[in-house]
Ligand binder design. Structure first.
Ligand SMILES: *[C@@H]1O[C@H](CO)[C@@H](O)[C@H](O)[C@H]1NC(C)=O
Length: 91
């Protein structure tokens, strides 16, 4: 699994494009773990100190493996911010 992107975003609801599918089972533990992983990797690579709260929303895309685009909440110090994370999972 490889995290490519973690961006602060105010945008929780996003337009669906192309072959992206909205994730309907967002509460599934696996998806929450993917979000947690994204925050952990972000912290490791950027020396950040974000604290994962939960995944709010997401899309998945099937192209040479799975990619997940998740909107997640994380605490940055005392501020909770929504971030957009893109995570690729190898087939
Ligand atoms: C966290 O907050 C600090 C201080 O406001 C800011 O400089 C930093 O960019 C924030 N990090 C993220 C990932 O939003």
């Amino acid at each position: 699994m490889l995290l490519l992107l973690l961006l602060a975003t105010d945008c929780v609801v996003r337009a669906q494009t192309g072959s992206n599918f909205p994730i309907t089972n967002i509460k599934e533990p696996y998806l929450q773990e993917v979000g947690q992983f994204a925050v952990k990797e972000y912290n490791r690579e950027s020396k950040g100190e974000l604290k994962f709260v939960k995944v709010l929303n997401g899309e998945e895309q099937v192209v040479a493996g799975y990619s997940y685009k998740l909107v997640l909440a994380a605490e940055n110090g005392s501020v909770t911010t929504n971030y957009e994370a893109v995570v690729w999972a190898d087939p």
